[in-house]
Design a protein around this ligand. Structure first.
Ligand SMILES: Cc1cc2nc3c(=O)[nH]c(=O)nc-3n(C[C@H](O)[C@H](O)[C@H](O)COP(=O)(O)OP(=O)(O)OC[C@H]3O[C@@H](n4cnc5c(N)ncnc54)[C@H](O)[C@@H]3O)c2cc1C
Ligand code: FES
Length: 421
């Protein structure tokens, strides 16, 4: 045998070994793949396109499932009789999914429509008590029509107050939301305006029972004492826990209400009040209230030097809270970029105006009807598929839209976009 043929034999041997090794590896992967596939089918775990097709067919994703709850009891919570609590228990008697203090429930209601029939509406309500295995509690403020207007009063809130009684059945989606208290030991400042007290009650009740030594402040703003929700409960907590500091702020106290006895501060809650009252240390701030309160307080806290990661807030409706970080956002840049929004089904192509608000407001202003519920990124009703382009949000919304979709009520275009509606 020549040295050349010996070399050929050696190369042939190495190639054969390599081929054998690759085939065995491939065979192992193939067996693993088959095993995983059959296990996925057993567990009914759809993947990729299967999942999308399944949810398209059903019209809703699993997160959108509603469950029937029965109203166990109804309790009026304020002297003005405008806030009512509803205690909800699951109709099927199965355990309640727990929640994080500050989260909310989403309701699908058949509310009366103007023509005398009913119409389905979606609304969110914060859980207003600490998690417990027996019930969920929500507390709802009746929304009157704005003074001097001829528009109808709030549909969901009045429906709850007037038509929902003990024994009524409600369709409820599991608790969700990114606004919830942290579990650390940094002191906490809760700031509530009006009905914004509801998530704070959940945080407060949870914190005082689970973290009894944690320093806790509540600044609670209302017009006068008749609007205070669960006043006796709050005062009892403050009397029992020396680490809980309750500050009631009345913007327009009644003549018989006395400072120091009925309330601590006259006026609205602002950063000046917080700076005056809070000892100099690090806090986590949780804020929920009317849009003007949050739109002024959040940037003012940032100005004061509170880190972004320590300011948490929730809006119960449309609000445009501008964080320092967000001021250089695509919203501001959009003015020069010639962004065009195409509403595919409506056949409209429109130049985007940065002052147009959200994509939902932009669509409505241009005569395009879009289903909406909370208008705050919480319920998912305005979810719309994006055909091309990108949409961004000032704050991550509570509801996570499906991949390839966006929430119009809190979204703005980052680039030119084509939307399904
Ligand atoms: C995450 C989250 C949590 C929430 N938690 C709570 C809570 O704990 N408690 C609570 O009470 N609320 C809460 N809300 C608010 C709640 O979801 C509803 O928005 C609120 O109850 C009002 O709904 P409504 O259907 O009664 O009023 P809507 O029918 O939505 O009307 C709202 C207002 O608009 C007026 N109006 C009606 N038609 C027109 C028109 N054509 N033009 C101008 N104005 C008009 C109405 O008179 C009313 O004053 C929460 C919202 C979110 C997003
Ligand atoms: S309307 Fe509720 S998420 Fe947009």
């Amino acid at each position: 045998m020549t040295s050349f043929s010996l070399l050929l034999w050696i190369v042939f041997g190495i190639a054969l070994q390599l081929a054998l090794w690759l085939s065995i590896g491939f065979w192992h992967h193939w067996l693993n793949y088959l095993a995983l596939r059959s296990r996925g089918a057993e567990l009914n775990v759809p993947t990729g396109q299967d999942a999308r097709r399944a949810s398209e067919k059903a019209g809703v994703g699993p997160r959108q499932d509603f469950r029937t709850f029965r109203v166990d009891r109804k309790v009026m919570e304020d002297a003005a009789h405008s806030v009512c609590s509803f205690y909800l228990v699951p109709e099927d008697g199965q355990p309640l999914p727990t929640f994080l203090p500050g989260q909310f429930l989403t309701f699908r209601l058949d509310a009366p429509a103007s023509a005398g029939d009913s119409e389905q509406i979606i609304r969110c309500y914060s859980l207003s008590d600490a998690p417990c295995p027996d019930y969920y509690r929500i507390s709802i403020k009746r929304m009157p029509a704005p003074l001097g207007s001829d528009v109808p009063p709030g549909r969901s809130s009045n429906y709850f107050h007037d038509r929902i009684t003990a024994g009524s059945l409600l369709q409820v989606r599991v608790p969700s939301g990114h606004f919830h208290i942290d579990r650390g030991d940094t002191p906490v400042v809760l700031v509530a305006g009006g009905i914004g007290i509801t998530p704070m009650l959940s945080m407060l009740n949870w914190c005082l029972s689970e973290q009894p030594g944690r320093e806790l402040w509540l600044f609670y703003g209302v017009r006068d004492g008749r609007e205070l929700v669960m006043k006796a409960h709050l005062e009892a907590l403050a009397a029992k826990h020396p680490n809980f500091h309750l500050h009631l702020c009345f913007s327009n106290p009644l003549p018989e209400e006395i400072a120091g006895r009925d309330y601590q501060h006259r006026g609205r809650i602002d950063v000046g009040l917080l700076r005056m009252q809070l000892p100099f240390r690090s806090y986590h701030f949780y804020i929920c209230g009317p849009a003007p309160m949050m739109e002024s307080l959040v940037p003012a806290l940032e100005e004061w030097g509170v880190p972004d990661s320590h300011i948490h807030f929730e809006a119960f409706g449309p609000a445009s809270i501008k964080r320092k970080q967000a001021q250089a956002s695509p919203v501001a840049e959009a003015a020069d970029t010639g962004i065009v929004v195409t509403f595919a089904r409506s056949g409209k192509q429109l130049p985007w105006r940065p002052d147009a608000g959200s994509l939902l407001e932009f669509a409505e202003a241009n005569g395009i009807a879009v289903n909406s519920g909370c208008r705050a990124g919480s319920c998912g009703t305005c979810q719309t598929a994006i055909r091309t382009g990108e949409v961004s949000y000032r704050e991550p919304p509570d509801f996570d839209p499906e991949p390839g979709s966006c929430l119009l009520c809190v979204g703005v275009p980052r680039t030119s976009v084509t939307l399904e509606v």
